[in-house]
Design a protein around this ligand. Structure first.
Ligand code: EPZ
Length: 423
């Protein structure tokens, strides 16, 4: 286990930071690359423990994956018959491993994977994924901690209504539908930018997809797909996280190689807080600002305020001027960062899925524990502006989703050190 030691407040924080490729785009695209035996080349794929875990899962199924000198990742899924059963130990490391079902089922007619466990932020069932695969003709059996889907005769296109615009279910079903017989329509589909990026990649492989980015996606199945090359979109959550780090310090920051239109909700909220944010073609610049004013935030599916920035935004409001409210509508248990923030002096109370934040002038450094990826990022936001030393334990959570995290923070003037916990 490892920890970050951060000495705050980071008085000289600021400058510019290049945003990496999107974790939540890279993972479904890596999995979808197994739809064809030909080589796919992915650019701007972030080096994260989550992408490494996905690569290990794919390699365990017989895929060839290697990162070239120039940083591009080549994936060759020239598999005749993947291993029949995927190991629990490997698959349970990654929630997104459920996305492997699409290529296994669509191309090989069989997907037997460990049921992905829940995690700190909620139960995270996969009923909508399985409802869709079943509607496409797959036989679904569950038992002994595994889900076993089979469609020996291939999948058949159909109309699928998602009871909730689930990102993962939309990705899994859109991917599988590419090789199904006939047309598939996904109603109430998620429209996050990562869905569009996956659709662009699939279309590059020869898939026939229309409507991605809206709430109705139509896929005309094709016989086979071919290899292609694709550049992963920038990580909007990483960009938003760094903007929130700077906003909490009143610092100037330019996040480069990003896509401002993916961050409209955050830019709007930073504006409501009285902070001066300017969006360019591929950058967002935060100008030095005073103490943020308290606002209310409600997480919603895209294009609403992203749940993946909820914890970080709460850390920002913790030292805001006035009282704000944050309502989390996507996950049922995504407030695990609150007790840790309160250890640093934040004034936050909760009632169900609502948190009430009374802004304080200062936080104080403390020993805290990251409970999940974005909760960990929220603790970093707090530690950067807190007075004194903070130690954040279990930072493996954070390293799942932020590439070169300590290097980027140090380059911006943060006093941060990564240490192995002596057990
Ligand atoms: C993706 O998770 C992201 N992960 C999450 O990011 C993100 O928070 C989430 O979408 C929402 O935007 C990746 O893309 C790898 P969902 P996913 O299916 O697909 C319920 C991060 O920090 N649901 O849209 O798992 C579910 O329980 C991570 O980078 C069902 O009930 O999210 C949740 O309450 C965290 N049944 C809600 O829908 C299902 O079959 C949203 O889940 C599927 C989902």
């Amino acid at each position: 286990m490892a920890s970050y030691i951060i000495n705050g407040p980071a008085k000289n924080f600021g400058g510019s930071v290049r945003i990496s490729g999107s974790k939540n785009s890279a993972l479904p695209i890596m999995s979808a690359a197994m739809l064809c035996p030909e080589k796919n080349v992915l650019y701007n794929l972030p080096r994260l423990s989550d992408t490494e875990a996905m690569a290990e899962i794919m390699a365990s199924l017989g895929c060839g994956i290697e990162r070239r000198e120039d940083g591009a990742v080549e994936i060759s899924a020239d598999i005749k018959k993947p291993r029949r059963k995927c190991g629990y130990a490997l698959f349970s490391r990654l929630r997104a491993s459920v996305l492997i079902m699409a290529p296994l089922l669509a191309r090989f007619g069989k997907a037997k994977i460990p049921m992905p466990g829940g995690c700190k932020i909620g139960a995270r069932p996969i009923d909508l994924h399985l409802k869709g695969f079943s509607a496409m003709g797959a036989k679904i059996r569950q038992g002994h901690g595994f889900v076993d889907a089979s469609a020996p005769g291939g999948l058949v296109g159909c109309r699928i209504y998602l009871d909730f615009p689930s990102v993962g279910a939309t990705e899994n079903l859109m991917t599988a539908a590419c090789l199904a017989e006939g047309s598939t329509t996904i109603l109430n589909a998620a429209n996050e930018p990562e869905i569009c990026d996956l659709a662009d990649f699939l279309i590059g492989m020869g898939a026939k997809i229309t409507g991605a980015g809206g709430d109705t996606i139509t896929v005309e199945g094709v016989e086979e797909l071919h290899g292609c090359s694709h550049k992963i979109i920038p990580d909007r959550i990483e960009a938003g996280t760094f903007l929130i780090f700077a906003a909490g310090l009143g610092a100037a920051l330019k996040v480069e190689k990003t896509e401002p239109r993916h961050l409209k909700p955050l830019i709007a909220k930073l504006g409501e807080m009285g902070l001066d944010c300017e969006a360019g073609a591929d950058f967002i610049e935060l100008h030095p600002s005073g103490r943020p004013k308290a606002v209310d935030i409600k997480t919603m599916p895209y294009p609403g305020f992203p749940t993946d920035l909820q914890a970080q935004a709460m850390a920002l409001l913790a030292t805001g001027e006035g009282s704000g409210m944050v309502v989390e509508t996507i996950f049922e248990n995504r407030f695990t960062h609150i007790p840790e923030l309160c250890r640093m002096g934040a004034g936050i109370k909760t009632e169900g899925n609502a948190a009430f934040i009374n802004g304080v002038r200062h936080l104080s450094g403390a020993e805290v524990r990251a409970t999940d990826l974005r909760a960990g990022a929220a603790l970093v936001a707090a530690a950067l502006k807190a007075g004194g030393k903070s130690v954040i334990h279990n930072i493996e959570h954070i390293e799942r989703g932020y590439e070169s995290f300590t290097e980027k923070l140090r380059s911006l003037g943060a006093d941060i050190e990564r240490v192995e916990d002596n057990v």
